[in-house]
Design a protein around this ligand. Sequence first.
Ligand SMILES: C[S@@+](CC[C@H](N)C(=O)[O-])C[C@H]1O[C@@H](n2cnc3c(N)ncnc32)[C@H](O)[C@@H]1O
Length: 345
Amino acid sequence: MRERFGDRGAESFSTTLPAMIEEMKAAPEAMQPSKFWQDLNRRHAERMASTGIANFKRTLAKDYFTWMRVLPWDPQIRFLIGHLPPAASLRAALGVMSPLKHRHIPLFEGFALNFLTRLVWQYAGQECPEEIAALSEPSVGNPPAIRIGGRLVSQDLANSILEYKSVEPVATGTICELGGGYGRTAFVIASLRPTVRYIMVDIPPALGVAQEYLCQVFADRKHFRFRPFGNFETVRDEFEASALAFLLPHQLKLLPDSTVDLFVNISSLHEMRLDQIECYLSEIHRLVRPQGHFYLKAWQVSKIPFEGIVIRESDYPLERWDRVYRRLPKVQASFFETLLRKPKN
Ligand SMILES: C[S@@+](CC[C@H](N)C(=O)[O-])C[C@H]1O[C@@H](n2cnc3c(N)ncnc32)[C@H](O)[C@@H]1O
């Protein structure tokens, strides 16, 4: 399956990753991966050693936002069945074994993946027909081969389109995403808004995967690839000319105030300790320009494995922002989503 990622992508990933891991040593404790993410990253390294990076949409993605371990009474499934006509749910049920087996995915996780993907795809098609018609899942990353009407469909594309609709009026200028995983949301926003500059910020290996993925799917755009730098002035021209930029978390500190029009964080801060959340929220506040926006989507309540802590929605210190909305997102009914505006002064 290497060809789907490309030999150059795989080689570039394996040379960039050690440099990212080395540079990450300079990050403060609050930006380092929590014990939970240290454990996941160790497992991701093992997965990549055995199955290669080429299959990341079947392997790493299930720790990002591709749901494969869902039971029939999961809140997402209940939401979707409640919001779709019975015929759509029946079609999804009939497709539970299609395909029967996905390489690299355990059998029963594959069935859950097939069912949920078929539900969420039909729901996104009902809610956002234009965007669903406009985009297709890139083959890079070897996505699970689930087809509806002969077309490759995915949870990641459907969920990212729903998220795009949540920020659509403010998705302009410079967008920065922290903890963006392999780049599913970046792919959708940068496809539907081709003039934005998109800055991806993550820890390795996610940043390395996102860099190879997005640089391949947007090969014709200008890229500011990851590199260590100590002073923004030394990279300013290239950074500002780029359409896609890739940074480690502590490199955010080198960017000037008010660099960002829209900051995005999805399913990421809720997996960090409170000191980490506070550190990132203060950096996000500094980076967003006055009247700019911050979109946050997270579990209403999350338990962080290994850290022994529970993070609740009320724990996020968001008082410095004006609230545009706070609501339950579509599909992930146990999450909340909020769009915040930074006051003028
Ligand atoms: C559950 S995944 C979600 C990925 C992506 N937002 C999505 O929805 O597909 C959490 C993300 O947070 C990132 N992350 C974990 N700890 C981090 C840290 N200390 N600083 C920055 N990002 C971190 C992970 O690498 C991963 O990309």
